[in-house]
Structure formats: structure tokens, C-alpha cells
Design a protein around this ligand. Structure first.
Ligand SMILES: [Mg+2]
Length: 233
């Protein structure tokens, strides 16, 4: 089966996401300490994270929309301190700038350029990374997010939305991602081929069915596999 297009997860596939989320939470906290010390005292970083987790539980209708979850969290934190209108836009910008200051894995950029030279690529993410801010948008042809699609991985609908944008049947698409459940199981159920980017060389979770055919340590290995399997004429 020929691979005619690629869909590519972002967080923890092209860069480690936790350091960026950590920096973003602390950037928001630093601004609160300076401008709203009462709110900062009432809602230090761990408490703000718990609040956000509670918002996520209370609002399952927003499971695909981390951005709105975060904005509701800020509104609640400010309201609990007697401040009716939270500076959501200012704080969102601070958060979003830090969240997109990611440090790519050393193999990501060169592999991405090699892949996009030969295959159309759609980003496919449950997160809210902004590829223009990250600075790698020129290597992507389409962008598919849970927020824009209204469905989050592993739901087949987000994979099928990407296939439609790419104009390629799911069985001719290779999905590339790090998460066993969200990426591998999700793409498989949508009828796509799968490359598991397994940077930590984890064993395949036995409860998730058959292991993926492609279990690769990084994006360089993926580019090599694809180019070897589909040599240019
Ligand atoms: Mg991921």
C-alpha cells in the first residue's frame, strides 16, 4: 500500500511538551504576583492546576478545547477573589507565548523537512500549539486540531477530518505520533497506517491490542524508513 500523505502529532512527538507547559504556568504566575498579588496568593501554580483539572471534569463538553478550559479557569480564580472581570486576554497571551516556546527534539526539524519535501503533511493535535509561533508552519500543508474539529483523538472523526483535508483515503495515510492510545489506537480505528514514535522505548501496552508495525525511536528513523520504502523514481 502506497503512502500518499502523512498526519503528524505535535506534543511529545516533535518536542517535549511538559517543559513548555511548566514555563507557561510559571509565566502566568509571575504576572499575577506582580499585578494581582491576591489572586497569586490564593491560586499558586499547583492550586491553579487543580482548578483547571476540576474545570475539565465539570465541563466534559470542552474535552476537545483546552484553550477555553484555561480561560474559564482564570475567570473562576479571579471571581473567587472578588474580581468580576479577569484579564483573560492578557493572561492568555502570556500563557500562549510561553506554551509555544518549545524546544524541538534534535531530530525533528531535519526529518520534517525531508518528509515534507515528498509528502503532504497535516498536523493532528489535541493540544493548542501554534505552528507559526513555533516557527515550523512552512513544513505543514494543513492543520487539524481537536478544537477546530470538535472531536479529540482517539475519536476517528479527527483523523477522518485530516484525510478529507488532505484529499487522501485513510489507508494511504501514515499517522505519526507518540501516544499509544490517542495516536496508535485512534489512527488504527480510523483505518490509517501508524508509526509509533516511541522515544523512551516503552513496551507496547498489552491492553491496547496488537502492537503497531512501526515502532521507531525518533523522526530520523521514520524519515529513513519512509524514504527506503518509497524510493524516488
Ligand atoms: Mg503527543
Amino acid at each position: 500500500m502506497r503512502i500518499l500523505a502523512l498526519t503528524l502529532d505535535l506534543d511529545d512527538t516533535l518536542w517535549p511538551v511538559l517543559p513548555a507547559l511548566e514555563r507557561a504556568d510559571h509565566a502566568v504566575d509571575a504576572w499575577l504576583q506582580q499585578h494581582h498579588p491576591d489572586v497569586a496568593r490564593a491560586w499558586p501554580v499547583p492550586a491553579m492546576r487543580e482548578l483547571r483539572a476540576k474545570v475539565a471534569v465539570d465541563r466534559p463538553d470542552l474535552a476537545h478545547d483546552f484553550s477555553t478550559q484555561r480561560q474559564l479557569t482564570l475567570e473562576h480564580a479571579f471571581a473567587s477573589c472578588g474580581i468580576a472581570s479577569a484579564p483573560v486576554d492578557t493572561l492568555w497571551e502570556i500563557y500562549f507565548a510561553a506554551r509555544n516556546s518549545v524546544e524541538l527534539y534534535p531530530d525533528s526539524l531535519a526529518a520534517l523537512a525531508r518528509l515534507n519535501a515528498r509528502w503532504p503533511i497535516a498536523s493532528l493535535t489535541n493540544g493548542n500549539a501554534d505552528l507559526e509561533r513555533v516557527g515550523i508552519h512552512k513544513h505543514f500543508d494543513h492543520h487539524v486540531s481537536a478544537r477546530n474539529t470538535g472531536a479529540a483523538k482517539p475519536d476517528a472523526r479527527i483523523f477522518l477530518a485530516a484525510a478529507e483535508l488532505l484529499g487522501v483515503a485513510p489507508e494511504n495515510i501514515l499517522h505519526i505520533g507518540d501516544d499509544a492510545q490517542l495516536d496508535v489506537v485512534g489512527a488504527r480505528e480510523a483505518g490509517m497506517r501508524i508509526a509509533w514514535i516511541n522515544r523512551h522505548r516503552l513496551p507496547w501496552p498489552a491492553n491496547l491490542g496488537d502492537a503497531p508495525d512501526l515502532d521507531l525511536p525518533d523522526m530520523t528513523a521514520l524519515a529513513h524508513w519512509l524514504e527506503t520504502r518509497h524510493p524516488t523514481a
